[in-house]
Design a binder for this molecule. Structure first.
Ligand code: SF4
Length: 360
């Protein structure tokens, strides 16, 4: 999808730098069409105020002295491409590093996996990002800039997934970012093309399904047993799987929308028949089980994750999926691109840090 450059941004998302620039120009007595010219330049890939040649030089200089050289809050410090995946390690103005991954599917579809936090404080024991701890929530501008950055040459992805670094629902700024992604003349994406993945931050899950009922939700299950799930996802102790499924069941009832449950399959840990049967029971006990879809993900050895966790074979993942299907559950194996170039959540950052340590 090409960025919408014809319908210039009439109302920038609140709380972001564009809104600040707009009010600054207004308060400085500069006509409003100058703001639209700036947005037009940015949408055409302009990176710095200096290059926004539609604006007169004194206005550009004023903006530079007020906001710095660029309104774009991210710079690229690493980028790698394979046939199907482009991955970028961005750095924020405060030197925090975050990952963004663009996947190209055979059908021509593109999907961008974006980060919501720098690091993460939730401590899931299978995850590379957890080892970093939480540095901070990303601002709405930083979340948006991953998608709108000139690096992507003015092309928006067909879909956006909050599946990069961080627990998306632990950062309230994602609501502002989703507003921007779905605002006509800005992102212009339909809510249905946005996926929010969560390990179960129940209060903001409730807010999300109420305010953006057409956003696609993926809830990480990873074990149907509370004690074991808490070992994998410590947030279980605060907001349990049951609490989250209660929110989703109400949502399914009200909006008739499909919900995705992610199941990370780890060899000899959560791949037994007992797990399978309990997972089936869990789904069947929901109000509309046919609206739940289980995406089974093959565990990928991650830097910083519990070293005891082992990757299952592709065959055992397929078998797990088939067994779920044979018991009437909608299930599939999630296609993972990019593990070969460390594109899974947190791994690109971890690899960068390791490389830098070696250099020092
Ligand atoms: S899986 Fe998600 S929520 Fe858990 S530590 Fe990793 S980034 Fe955070």
């Amino acid at each position: 999808m090409k960025m919408n450059v014809s319908g210039l941004l009439p109302n920038p998302p609140t709380g972001g730098i564009l809104e600040n620039i707009q009010s600054y120009l207004k308060n400085s007595g500069i006509p409003s069409y100058r703001f639209q010219q700036l947005v037009y330049s940015l949408q055409r890939g302009c990176l710095n105020f200096e290059d926004a040649k539609e604006l007169p030089k004194p206005v550009r200089d004023q903006l530079i002295s007020q906001f710095g050289a660029t309104p774009i809050p991210l710079t690229i410090i690493e980028s790698h491409s394979s046939k199907q995946v482009q991955k970028v390690l961005f750095e924020t103005k405060s030197k925090a590093k975050i990952e963004t991954v663009l996947s190209h599917y055979q059908t021509g579809w593109t999907s961008m996996c974006i980060s919501s936090q720098c690091g993460c404080g939730l401590g899931c024991t299978f995850c590379a990002t957890a080892a970093m701890g939480l540095m901070r929530n990303l601002t709405a501008d930083e979340i948006c800039a991953q998608v709108f950055h000139p690096h992507w040459q003015q092309k928006l992805p067909d879909s956006i997934a909050f599946m990069g670094m961080g627990e998306a629902l632990a950062n309230p700024n994602i609501f502002t970012a989703i507003e921007a992604f779905t605002t006509k003349g800005y992102g212009g994406l339909s809510q249905r093309r946005i996926t929010v993945s969560t390990v179960g931050f129940a209060p903001n899950l409730e807010r999300m399904v109420q305010e953006y009922p057409n956003v696609t939700i993926t809830l990480s299950v990873h074990s149907p047993f509370s004690k074991q799930r808490a070992e994998l996802i410590p947030l279980e102790k605060k907001f349990s799987l049951v609490d989250n499924l209660t929110v989703l069941d109400k949502y399914v009832k009200t909006f008739n929308r499909k919900v995705y449950l992610a199941y990370l399959l780890i060899k000899n840990l959560n791949d037994t028949n007992e797990h399978l049967n309990a997972l089936v029971e869990l789904v069947k006990s929901q109000y509309r089980p046919e609206l739940y879809h289980i995406s089974v993900i093959r565990y990928n050895n991650a830097f910083g994750a519990n070293p005891a966790y082992q990757q299952p074979s592709i065959e055992s993942v397929s078998k797990f999926v088939e067994q779920l299907q044979s018991q009437g559950i909608h299930a599939s194996r999630r296609t993972q691109f990019g593990s070969g170039i460390e594109a899974a959540c947190g791994q690109l950052h971890a690899q960068y840090e390791q490389k830098n340590k070696k250099r020092q």
